[in-house]
Structure formats: C-alpha cells, structure tokens
Design a protein around this ligand. Structure first.
Ligand SMILES: NC(=O)c1ccc[n+]([C@@H]2O[C@H](COP(=O)([O-])OP(=O)(O)OC[C@H]3O[C@@H](n4cnc5c(N)ncnc54)[C@H](O)[C@@H]3O)[C@@H](O)[C@H]2O)c1
Length: 342
C-alpha cells in the first residue's frame, strides 16, 4: 500500500486521520515537532489500529531537514499537511511566527513534491477564508474575504501558493479542504484534543468547565440576529473529518480529480448555536454547565455553516456522526485525560 506522509500527525486532526489511513491499509510516516502535541499520541494510535506509524521528530521550518527527509523517503505518494500554528489570538500578537511556520513549511514541502514523478497533496484550510459570507449555507464558490487575522491569512496565502504551483506542475495534484469546526474525539478515547493552556475553542472550554478546571463559560453575545441570539457554527465530528481526508487522498492517487487543484468544504451542513452546543453537552453529560452571557467578542462572525453538496457528490463523502456524538466523545475524553469519572 502507498506510503503517505502526515505532517502534524500527532495533533488533534492529524492523529485521527492517521488512524483512518492505517485502517485503510496505508503506510503512514508522521512528521511532527511536538510544538503542540506529545509523543504519547503514538501509543493511542497504536492501541486503536494495532500498528505504530513511523515517526520522525522534525521541525518543518528547517529546510535542510525537510530535504533530507524526502531523500530518505523517496517513495512517498502523498502528503497530508496538517502542521501549522493555529491560535488566532496569538497570530495577531506574533504575525511573523505564523507567517514563518505556516508558509515556509508549506513551500519547503511543495519544493520536494515537485521533484517526485507524481504526488498527491492535501492541505488543511479553513472556513475562515470565507469570513462572514453573504449567503448561507456557504458554497466553495463564495468569495474569499479579506482575512481577519494573520492565521486566517496564512490559510488564504497557502491556498494561493498551492494553486499557483499546481498550474505549472503537472505531476502535482492538490486538494484544499476547508474545515468548519472540528470537535469530538475518537470513540475509543485513546486520542482526542489536547489544548495547551486556556482552550481557544468552544467545545474544549465547555468540557473543561464541566470537569471544573474552568469556573464558567462566557457566551459572547446573545443579541445576534439568530434564533437564540448566539453565534452559529457548523460543528463536525473529527472522525468524519478524518475520513474525508482518506477519501480526498484516494481521489488524487486514483486520478479521479477533475483538475489538479480542487477545494472542498468539510462540514455537516447544519449550523448550531453556542447555546445549542451547551444544551447538547448538558444532555450527554447529565451535568448543568456553569455559563454566563457576556458582551460580544470583537471579530466574531454571526453565522457560518457549509453547503456540503460538492463534497457529498464529488467525494462521495458525508458526515455520519451528530453533535451529540461529538459532545459525548469529547466529554468521555475530558474525563479520561483528567483521570476522573464524574
Ligand atoms: N482545529 C481546528 O479548529 C481547525 C480548523 C480549521 C483548520 N485547521 C487546521 O488544521 C490543521 C490541524 O489542526 P489541529 O487542530 O489538528 O492542530 P494541532 O495543533 O493539534 O496539530 C498541528 C500539529 O502540527 C505540529 N506542528 C506545528 N508546527 C510544526 C512544524 N514547524 N514542524 C512540525 N510539526 C509542526 C504540532 O506539534 C501539532 O502536533 C492546522 O493546519 C490547522 O490550521 C484546524
């Protein structure tokens, strides 16, 4: 079976994707510098799949190391590139760190892929490229809006770099996957999301509040023009998301792609408000969540959810897991991580 490089493969989405790749029989090599993950994640992947992927601890900003890696693994058929820095707030404070880590790593990898006789490349992009879209649900044809943060800009620039490179590199085929809001954990709870410090995302903040690490959840604004006044997002279970990567990769390796650079939205197509997510947590955990409504947060868009038709039809992929499934697994994972069965 083909050998696939997964960069950032010990991170949240990467680790779940490695599991699905190994379940499909791919040989996986992970590169990760452990800047936002732990080598222990390998044990979780092994426990689920019965197979330990090859792991190379390497910082992709080190160009020479990237070259050496590809010289050693010259039989790589595809790359799924997750490695990036992803904290929006930090990117505003440290833009150069984000431009360096998210852009230089991409360029170094593409330079190596250009040398191969053929290669498939999957890029982790984000619905952030759409900003507050004029029409909902959001299709892939919605205009890309001016980025709200350096992080968001790295995804837009990343897509442009890949598209420009594909135009002049016939042996390179690429897909940018625009994720909506990935949540949840593997049902085995061997792997899950491990935010460092105060979580930036709603679901880990909820589960940490539920377990008592955070005192209360702040809900930013209940006066938005939505049914319950809180912001709406499209929460997609990380296992559904991981499976889409395997399908997208197969599309490239089997030459089923329609052009050598494609984009797909990955979401459920259903928007859920902050209060609906809180209710789902309360339902699956049997706990009442401590939360309070506070003022709006600057930069928050009102509502974003995916039009999934292109991914459903072209990739033949659709989500199978619900928001309750995601919240149940996220809660089980939180309890496991804290060694707490309350
Ligand atoms: N989680 C989300 O909500 C979300 C939404 C949209 C897009 N994305 C994108 O998906 C990708 C994966 O996100 P995630 O949530 O799994 O993040 P994550 O931080 O859990 O995983 C990223 C991994 O990349 C590694 N890494 C970072 N810089 C590296 C470098 N220079 N060299 C080697 N390894 C490096 C980190 O150690 C980490 O293990 C990222 O590109 C992110 O921007 C995430």
């Amino acid at each position: 079976m083909d050998k696939i490089l997964v960069t950032g493969g010990l991170g949240f989405i990467g680790s779940h994707t490695v599991v699905e790749l190994q379940n499909e029989g791919y040989e996986v090599v992970i590169i990760d510098d452990l800047s936002n993950s732990s080598e222990k994640v390998l044990d979780g992947i092994t426990a689920i799949t019965g197979k330990t992927p090859i792991f190379e601890k390497l910082d992709l900003k080190e160009k020479d190391k990237v070259e050496q890696f590809f010289a050693k693994h010259n039989d790589i058929k595809g790359v799924i590139h997750f490695a990036a820095s992803k904290a929006v707030g930090e990117s505003v404070k440290e833009p150069l760190l984000y431009y360096e880590n998210n852009i230089s790593t991409l360029v170094y990898i593409l330079k190596e892929l250009k040398k191969l006789p053929s290669a498939g490349f999957i890029f982790s992009s984000s619905c952030t490229v759409y900003g507050q879209a004029d029409e909902l649900p959001i299709t892939e044809n919605a205009p890309v809006k001016s980025a709200e943060s350096p992080y968001g800009n790295t995804k837009q620039i990343g897509e442009e770099i890949i598209s420009d490179t594909c135009k002049v590199t016939p042996n390179l085929k690429a897909i940018a996957l625009r994720y909506f809001n990935p949540v949840g954990a593997h049902e085995s709870v061997e792997i899950g999301e491990l935010p460092i410090g105060v979580p930036q995302n709603l679901v880990p903040f909820i589960t940490q509040t539920g377990i008592g690490i955070r005192q209360e959840l702040s809900v930013f604004g209940d006066d938005y023009p939505t049914p319950d006044g809180t912001c709406i997002r499209d929460y997609i279970h990380v296992v559904d998301l991981a499976k889409a990567h395997v399908i997208a990769l197969g599309r490239l390796l089997q030459n089923k792609n329609k052009s050598n650079y494609e984009t797909f939205n990955l979401g459920t197509g259903k928007g859920s408000s902050v209060l609906e997510v809180v209710k789902s947590f309360e339902k699956v955990s049997g706990k009442q969540l401590n939360y309070k409504i506070v003022g709006r947060r600057e930069g928050d868009i009102i509502s974003a959810y995916a039009d999934t038709e292109k991914a459903n039809k072209e990739l033949g992929w659709e989500t199978k897991l619900s928001l309750d499934d995601a919240m149940r697994s996220a809660w089980k994972w939180e309890q496991k991580v804290r060694g707490n069965n309350n």
